[in-house]
Design a protein around this ligand. Structure first.
Ligand SMILES: *Cc1c(COP(=O)(O)O)cnc(C)c1O
Length: 449
């Protein structure tokens, strides 16, 4: 099985053909989940002692499994945070897979790591981070946030001169992503919600007050730059200043919204992000890269290295040689050079194309909110921010929201799941796909009548 035979050559052709067609498709079908029993019956046994052969295994994937998995890049997939990887990034993902690059250390992956660092530098510049900022691509915002929170605790331990509190506290708003709580749980720490303003954002004054109240128990503050549910951006400047006055780590979670730094029309909303000690943004969300890709940046990478670098006899060689070992900056060792598809697309298209594509999706959100305003059966629930639009279907209860979602998912009309806003069911659009059109929005709004 490690020989390039004529059968493998034939398989290569089939795989490239399928990948090309999947990339070419103008209208990608949504797909639909099937039950476990249904899939088992449709596929038959797939892991067998003798193997199915590549052609048959590929047939099972293309004819059964692919369509039983939703295509997140479907133009009317507007739930959660969708994805819309560029053709260039998807194709280059095949190349990354073909190359067996170890992306954890400089000596093993120097070329790949250099390219990843170029892409990270673009993001650091957008955020206004200093020249010696740096970081690593991790699988997602969840690991990015946790890695940053662990680095934050490292600084807090220095601040309290090793006098560890019973439990560390992270400050965040009630709108912060669930991964912040999950990260704190992993660390056996608490997340204390900071009071939010009327518009549901967290202010510098509120954070300053909470910091004074919790004192030495604070491990760090997590502000959100683009909340997942509503697209809101906390008062980054006020919060950053409150943190720095007290020598507390300031983390900015821009997993979804950070991409809007690249659009001139929204760049100013992130005022103060340059104060961040750490910052995450997921290129697999709104920066058009395939899964799984989160950029994690640190103002002072050495602080992250101090808490994250693994030490072992067999790794010492890497430490002695390494100019920049990506493994040292998060919770991982072996890593795919997962930033490369993003880098390749950036290198191919240039950063202006990114600004333009993000603007297209911001405009879609504005168009959607105007249309929602204009019809009688729908009502905006919150002023749209960034590319998220939340709205009510007047007269429907929670069950009717769910029934509509399931029906339109099954018939392929759309994938729009209900969310909640102030205890009430709402529908939520999240636009990250520049291939979505106003006609797509009209199809959904009509289907909601
Ligand atoms: C999506 C998201 C996360 C989690 O990122 P994953 O890549 O799904 O792990 C964290 N924070 C925010 C604000 C998000 O939108």
């Amino acid at each position: 099985m490690h020989t390039y035979t004529p059968e493998i050559d034939d398989l290569a052709q089939r795989i490239f053909d399928f990948a090309r067609k999947r990339t070419e498709l103008d209208t990608i079908p949504l797909g639909a989940a099937r039950t476990e029993a249904d899939l088992a019956a449709a596929c038959g046994p797939t892991v067998t002692t003798d193997g199915l052969g590549g052609a048959e295994a590929l047939r099972v994937f293309t004819e059964v499994l692919h369509d039983a998995s939703l295509s997140v890049d479907y133009t009317r997939y507007l739930s959660f945070v969708p994805a819309a990887p560029t053709e260039a990034s998807v194709l280059f993902d095949l190349v990354v897979g073909a190359c067996s690059i170890y992306g954890g250390s400089w000596i093993e992956g120097a070329g790949a790591v250099h390219a990843e660092n170029e892409a990270l530098r673009w993001l650091a510049d957008l955020a206004g981070l200093p020249a010696d900022a740096g970081g690593v691509f991790v699988p997602g915002g969840t690991i990015g946030n946790l890695s940053a929170m662990v680095a934050a605790r490292g600084q807090a331990l220095e601040r309290v001169a090793g006098a560890r509190p019973d439990r560390w506290v992270f400050l965040a708003s009630s709108q912060a992503h669930s991964s912040v709580k999950s990260g704190a749980d992993v660390m056996d720490a608490d997340v204390v919600p900071v009071a939010v303003e009327g518009d549901l954002t967290m202010s510098g004054a509120a954070v300053g007050k909470a910091l004074d109240h919790y004192g030495d128990r604070v491990a760090g503050v997590v502000a959100t730059a683009g909340t997942t549910n509503l697209g809101l951006i906390d008062d980054l400047r006020g919060i950053g200043e409150a943190c720095h006055e007290r020598n507390v780590w300031f983390h900015v979670d821009g997993a979804y919204g950070g991409a809007a730094l690249a659009a001139p029309s929204t760049h100013g909303l992130f005022d103060g992000v340059e104060l961040a000690d750490s910052f995450v943004v997921d290129p697999h969300k709104w920066l058009f890269a395939p899964f799984d890709c989160c950029a994690l940046l640190y103002r002072e990478p050495a602080r992250a290295q101090a808490v994250h670098a693994q030490h072992a006899g067999y790794l010492r060689f890497l430490d002695e040689w390494g100019d920049w070992n990506p493994s040292d900056f998060a919770i991982h060792l072996t890593r795919r050079a997962r930033g490369l598809p993003f880098w390749f697309s950036l290198a191919t298209h240039g950063t202006d194309a990114y600004a333009d594509a993000i603007q297209v999706t911001l405009d879609l959100a504005q168009a959607a909110s105007r249309r929602i305003d204009a019809v009688d059966h729908l009502e905006l629930a919150h002023t749209p921010s960034l590319s998220v639009v939340v709205f009510r279907r007047l007269g429907w209860d929670a069950d009717q929201y769910t029934e509509w979602t399931v029906r339109t998912m099954k018939d392929g009309t759309a994938f729009v799941v209900p969310s909640r806003y102030q205890g009430e069911p709402v529908f939520r659009f999240c636009f990250v796909n520049p291939r979505t059109t106003v006609a797509d929005i009209d199809i959904i709004i009509d289907a909601l009548a």
